[in-house]
Design a protein around this ligand. Structure first.
Ligand code: ADP
Ligand code: MG
Length: 737
């Protein structure tokens, strides 16, 4: 901070150019410790926010503690004794560290067993926060093995800058074990940075700030790092969270804008030139059921996009079993109608194979016009292409795609990366499961344009396998339009769900399986997920199928399905289960999506705590499709708070949108956003669940700002800031002229 702040105020971009070593007392050692926390510049320092605060004004003093209660004490270490534990071969005495803490109210003894390192962690003079039950020992109050947080080392200031009794607020910064820093040390560096930075320039126009009730940026940084009272924290957090969300939405809105600017979309034909029923009319007319209102509305949405000049970028959300596949196929058929090709991409090979079977069944009997044939018509061609497709088959599918004789292709994203050339790719549907990123979507467009770049941009429909909350979708899929299928086909019954916690209780599940098989139904048993090893997972499923056939399910016809089986064997197992030759299918999660057996009425999920809510909900969605009662049993002996919360939520609700909220609340946004797209790790303070209003506000402002100013020329500060959070390729794309 060698240059003074300009009259317009300090820009974050300036701070990003200052290494932390410009701060007092930061040499190579401290710089290395800071780097452990990801803090290399002053910008990263001031955006390293406290994890929580300790409100010294509301602390109970030691003299007010009572035996038997759980308490938090803010006090200084006055004495440490750690009798050296005996070394050698003999029995070792448990390490016992005794620490005395004092505040203005009194003293309390703290004992740590088997935590010898505490002696080092808690030197005399350190200011600490201890949390735990208060007990007594020889008439003196004490705490045994409390949770301890060091707020300040002994050499990090005295009561002058606020001791335990001074009533100030202590921010607690996130630290790692590796970084030899205390929270107070980080806080002091932040103070210095803020002092030297002075007033911040504010990229959000004053009018918008007051309309949205946001404090200015200088106030926000002060309020988050050094609040005078707790009342300052939340307004500060909201403002900084808004900035995070605004940057994100700006990136998304700009991305859309760029895509539209140089789009070369296809206006798909919605009617037949020569009259007669269109493919889509034939298709919906041939379905064994009428479309639900929501499906019909969704298809209307898509048709408007598809018939328009800009390529469609749409997200299709709907609960498990809502009937998204039919809508997807309708979109693909609109493309085929005009002589283009459609592609359906699934995240895994197994799912691609299942989709191919499903799509073939749905479009069976449809005929497309083909002037090169004698009749001028031929059956619609569907092909499957995955990395498992045999070489000869692959060659012929590729030839068919290149000459246009394959109308619909189903595959994994290998469709995009392989040397696959299309005659004319018109519509792409991605069955998403959050696995496709922006990069792949760009690859898609390139597929449409072809090697010579003369082709056009295919229309894109992204489907979520299970719902995600609407505001979360705005963030994760904010560059897409959204359609929600908010209605299930008629006759669906909620699946009765029970969490069975002991082997004894599990008996209920097996009894229900026997009963249902007895009355002509079928059951799935899902085996434990084995993270990272398909082989072990397959082996354990095989063993479990054998065990069940010999034991709980003796006498029933038990089959096996796992991802390591050859495609032909898998198909055979599925067919046998579908046709009723098998009563029970013991499977790994390969059955998660796509499997559709209306007679299946029981789903038993073993070690259910290993699965996430979305996955459990998907699995449960495999039963209850036949309009008759259905059951789902979650077997798990886990009693961890997280799995309890998940499994209880599953018992409580069968609504995917409700469960999506619970999931978000339990897991936080981290997993949802993941490393899916760059520029999204920026969300440090924004909470997708509780900050829904901010998400919507940020979206609105981003749209307003970009409207009429597509490169943010009138808001250079925002443009500069955005670049701090996105990578060079993205910046190049968003700001190219
Ligand atoms: P998801 O949205 O989970 O992908 P699917 O597309 O797999 O759902 O559809 C679930 C089941 O509902 C399938 O058996 C499908 O044939 C059936 N289905 C779809 N639409 C309807 C409808 N309008 N009426 C009755 N059944 C339907
Ligand atoms: Mg589906």
């Amino acid at each position: 901070m060698t240059s003074p702040a300009t009259s317009a105020g300090r820009r974050l971009g300036q701070l990003a150019e200052l290494p932390v070593t410009v701060l007092r007392g930061v040499g190579p050692g401290v710089a290395a410790d800071l780097a452990e926390l990801g803090i290399t510049t002053v910008f990263y320092l001031v955006t390293h926010y406290p994890r929580r605060y300790i409100d010294g004004t509301r602390m109970v003093t030691i003299d007010q503690l009572a035996e038997g209660e759980k308490a938090t004490v803010l006090a200084s270490v006055t004495r440490v004794s750690a009798p050296p534990s005996r070394q050698g071969r003999g029995r070792r005495a448990p390490a016992r560290v005794q620490v005395d803490l004092a505040d203005r109210g009194g003293r309390i003894g703290v004992v740590f067993f088997n935590q010898a390192w505490r002696a080092k962690q808690l030197p005399v003079g350190a200011l600490v926060l201890a949390f735990g039950p208060v007990s007594s020992y020889r008439d003196r109050l004490q705490m045994v093995n409390p949770t301890v947080e060091v707020l300040r080392g002994p050499d990090e200031g005295t009561t002058e800058d606020g001791g335990p009794a001074s009533g100030r607020i202590y921010p607690v910064y996130p630290l790692t074990d590796k970084a030899a820093l205390t929270s107070a040390r980080v806080g002091r560096l932040v103070h210095e940075a803020l002092d030297r930075a002075g007033e911040f320039a504010d990229p959000v126009p004053g009018e918008a700030r007051s309309r949205l009730g946001l404090v200015d940026r200088t106030t926000a940084f002060a309020g988050i790092h050094r609040p005078a009272s707790m009342a300052e924290v939340e307004p500060a957090r909201r403002r900084l969270a808004f900035d995070e969300l605004l940057r994100l939405q700006l990136a998304l809105v700009l991305r859309r804008q760029r895509l539209h600017e140089d789009a070369r979309g296809i206006r798909h034909a919605l009617e037949r030139a020569e009259g007669g029923a269109t493919l889509i009319e034939q298709f919906t007319g041939g379905l064994p059921f009428p479309l639900t209102g929501a499906q019909a509305r969704a298809i209307d949405d898509l048709a408007v996009d598809l018939g328009g000049p800009l390529p469609m970028h749409r997200l299709l959300q709907g609960d498990v079993g809502a009937g998204k596949t039919v809508v997807a196929v309708a979109a693909l058929l609109i493309g085929v109608e005009g002589g283009h090709q459609g592609a359906l991409m699934a995240p895994t090979e197994v799912l691609a194979e299942q989709h191919a079977t499903e799509v073939r069944r749905l479009v069976a009997g449809l005929v497309v016009s083909d002037p090169s044939t004698l009749e001028g018509r031929r059956p619609l061609q569907v092909a499957l292409l995955t990395s498992r497709t045999a070489a000869s088959e692959r060659a012929s599918v590729q030839a068919g795609l290149a000459d246009g004789s394959v109308d619909l292709i189903v595959g994994t994203h290998a469709l995009l990366t392989d040397r696959v050339a299309f005659d004319s790719l018109g519509v792409v549907v991605i069955d998403e499961q959050h696995r496709f990123g922006v990069e792949q979507r760009a690859a898609l467009r390139d597929k449409g344009r072809g090697d010579d770049g003369t082709g056009r941009d295919p229309d894109l429909l992204v489907m979520t396998a299970t719902p995600i909350p609407r505001t979360a979708a705005m963030v994760v899929f904010g560059d897409l339009d959204m359609t929600v299928i908010d209605e299930l086909p008629p006759g669906r019954q909620p699946v009765a769900t029970a969490w069975l916690r002991t082997p004894l209780e599990s008996g209920q599940a097996w009894a229900r399986v026997r009963e249902q098989v007895g009355s002509g139904h079928r059951a799935f048993v899902v085996c434990p997920l084995v993270e990272g090893s398909d082989k072990i997972e397959a082996a354990s499923a095989t063993a479990e199928a054998g065990r069940l056939a010999d034991d709980e399910l003796a006498g029933l016809r038990v089959g096996l399905l796992h991802g390591q089986m050859r495609p032909a064997d898998k198909e055979q197992a599925m067919d046998a289960f579908r046709s009723g030759e098998l009563d029970v299918l013991v499977a790994t999660t390969v059955i998660e999506v796509g499997v559709d057996v209306p007679e299946a009425s029981v789903m038993v999920i073993e070690d259910a705590d290993r699965f996430g809510i979305a996955q459990l909900h998907q699995l449960r969605g495999r039963v209850g499709r036949g309009g008759e009662p259905a059951w789902c049993f979650l077997l798990s002996e886990s009693d961890s708070p997280e799995s309890t919360a998940r499994l209880e939520a599953m018992e409580r609700s069968t609504d995917g949108f409700v469960l999506a909220d619970v999931d978000l609340e339990l897991r936080g946004e981290g997993t949802l956003l993941g490393a899916r797209q760059k520029g999204r790790s920026d969300l440090k303070l924004a909470k997708l669940l509780s900050d829904r209003d901010l998400v919507v506000d940020a979206r609105g402002l981003a749209v307003d700002l970009v409207d009429g100013d597509p490169r943010l020329d009138d808001h250079p500060l925002l443009g500069e800031e955005l670049r701090l959070f996105i990578d060079d390729d993205e910046a190049e794309f968003l700001f190219k002229s």
